[in-house]
Design a protein around this ligand. Structure first.
Ligand SMILES: C[S@@+](CC[C@H](N)C(=O)[O-])C[C@H]1O[C@@H](n2cnc3c(N)ncnc32)[C@H](O)[C@@H]1O
Length: 243
């Protein structure tokens, strides 16, 4: 018989231990070890290339990067209309969220979704400062944007997919929040040209993304050659009977 008392601190740190107070047998000790093995690497690897909110802000808001995002030109191609509801899916510092919200004014909303509360707090401050009232921050889960309603006209995913470990699952979950006529705009780096060209784990090719979107029932409807190092593709649902 083994008697292991799990300290409260450890239980708070690792959700897998929340319901464990005393382990009374070797087989229970084995289950505990397995739960730890599953929960710890999963938490660490669900965001690839993870950083703190402060580190993200420094990288994301650098003047070079902001210029390269071509935000106005990008949003102009998406033809967002007043009243539209969009999700800046993994919004970072909100560089795209505020323009998405402005483009949908009056009457529309832009959800700024991220998994870092520190980034969401930053976005809320920026929105208040700029007096943009139709940005709503949302704390997402690793593989689910966790939106309050399934009413999206547009899901915008810029420089994000390669950071997500379970990409297909993430896209599938995201698609559930779109209206039937909703679109997904996906921008990511060509593996051989982007900043992660020597990090295969941090690469998503246009073809891979297209295959995952197809598995979710989506097909490309537009492609824009706006960037030299990134693809920019817009998808919508394939209508029943088409194909
Ligand atoms: C390179 S930044 C891009 C931010 C923004 N889209 C932009 O273009 O400025 C990647 C963002 O994805 C978020 N992220 C990474 N992995 C994620 C995951 N699994 N689920 C949700 N967000 C994730 C990070 O917190 C970060 O804000």
């Amino acid at each position: 018989m083994l008697h292991i008392r799990v300290p409260l601190g450890a239980r708070q740190l690792w959700p897998a231990l929340r319901n464990v107070s005393v382990v009374t047998s070797q087989s229970q000790a084995l289950w505990l070890a397995m739960a730890l093995a599953i929960s710890l690497p999963g938490a660490a690897s669900a965001q690839l290339g993870a950083r703190s909110a402060q580190e993200w802000l420094k990288t994301l808001d650098s003047s070079n990067r902001v210029a390269e995002l071509k935000i106005d030109e990008t949003l102009a191609r998406l033809k967002i209309r007043p009243g539209d509801v969009s999700a800046d899916s993994r919004a970072g510092s909100g560089l795209n969220s505020l323009p998405l919200a402005k483009a949908a004014s009056p009457g529309g909303t832009a959800y700024a979704v991220d998994i870092e509360q520190g980034l969401l707090d930053h976005i809320a401050r920026q929105a208040r400062r700029a007096q943009v009232t139709n940005v709503q921050t949302v704390l997402g889960k690793f593989s689910d944007p966790n939106l309050p309603a399934a009413n999206l006209d547009l899901a915008f995913i810029n420089d994000v997919l390669h950071h997500i470990e379970h990409r297909q699952q993430y896209l599938k979950n995201l698609a559930r929040y779109l209206k039937p006529s909703g679109r997904v705009a996906l921008i990511d780096f060509y593996p051989e040209l982007g900043p992660h060209r020597n990090q295969p784990d941090l690469q998503v090719s246009q073809e891979q993304a297209a295959a995952w979107m197809k598995a979710c029932g989506f097909a490309p409807i537009e492609e824009f050659h706006l960037f030299k190092d990134k693809y920019f593709v817009v998808y919508s649902r394939v209508k029943a009977g088409a194909q």
